[in-house]
Design a protein around this ligand. Sequence first.
Ligand code: UT7
Length: 331
Amino acid sequence: MNVRSQIVGCGSYLPERVMTNDEIATFLDTSDEWIAARTGIRQRHIAAEGELTSDLAFNAADSALRAAGIRACEVDLILVATTTPDKTFPATATRVQAMLGAEGGPAFDLQAVCTGFIYALAVADSFIRLGQVDTAVVIGAETMSRLLDWEDRSTCVLFGDGAGAVVLKSSNHHAPSGSGGRENLPRGILSTHLHADGRIGNLLQTDGGPSSTGTVGTLKMSGREVFRHAVANLASVLEEALAANGMTPADIDWVVPHQANRRIIEGTIRKLGLDEDRVIITIERHANTSAASIPLALDEGVRDGRIQPGQVLLMEAMGGGMTWGAGLARW
Ligand code: UT7
């Protein structure tokens, strides 16, 4: 018998305010045509003044717990993947814990920029498989708008704010004798695959930080280089995830990708030989919400009925660090 992490609910939250490409074009030398053609983005949500990453994270977690039918007092572990914490410390996750009314279990933030949700999912899955916790809330939450240089058209048009969350619960899986088919796959996380290459960390970074400048800094990116690495690294980690589970692309019902650029998503799908109608794409409305983009897309696919129980999901992301990773799950 194996202990597995089952995803028992998901939720998300987007700030009310929507900023369209046309609005950005009123204060920057850019256009809806350029942004939409190069990235697929048409609008993004922007957190209100005083609305913090923890507020977004709390709303997403609360909605995920409701969907799972689990009370906050049953939650052991709270993990927030974020690049935009409320404060340098304490961890945003501890404020979310207090807001939810959960008590006593571990709560911490995890920083892997746009790959943060996959990293956090892997960490929570390990805690559960090792029997250290029974129930975990994994959140990706970002207020990227606070980290942008709003005079730099090559970066500020790309990002948005939002949060998404999943609730993981331990479940016992009886491994079938013999190889078994897809119906014998356990529900929940099947595997996660994480990578980083710090030698090229300067391609996507902030120009500040507590220990270097004493300021938060703003986001700087060598877009073309990051694009190149994204396409290559995603292709290899997807191959790795499929091989680890003895699967082929035909076994995947839904790809739930990080939403950085529509052209990156299309390139990845093409390499897998999958049709776009098996991909949950939100970039047009959400832009790149960093660690929040996968759980936001997942929640959309679940709530509108595209993702059905028993289906196999492939999640993938890459971001600053550089970091990249993938996760396979059976819904
Ligand atoms: O989630 C983390 C991972 N991040 C990513 O995956 C992002 C990866 N990179 C990208 O998505 C793309 O590289 C960008 C969307 C950032 C840029 O697209 P690109 O096709 O690589 O454009 P570029 O940077 O090569 O710039 C082409 C031209 C430049 O003008 P010149 O030098 O050719 O005259 C830019 O100045 O487009 C110009 N440009 C813009 N024009 C209008 C750059 N940004 C804008 C803009 N509006 N917002």
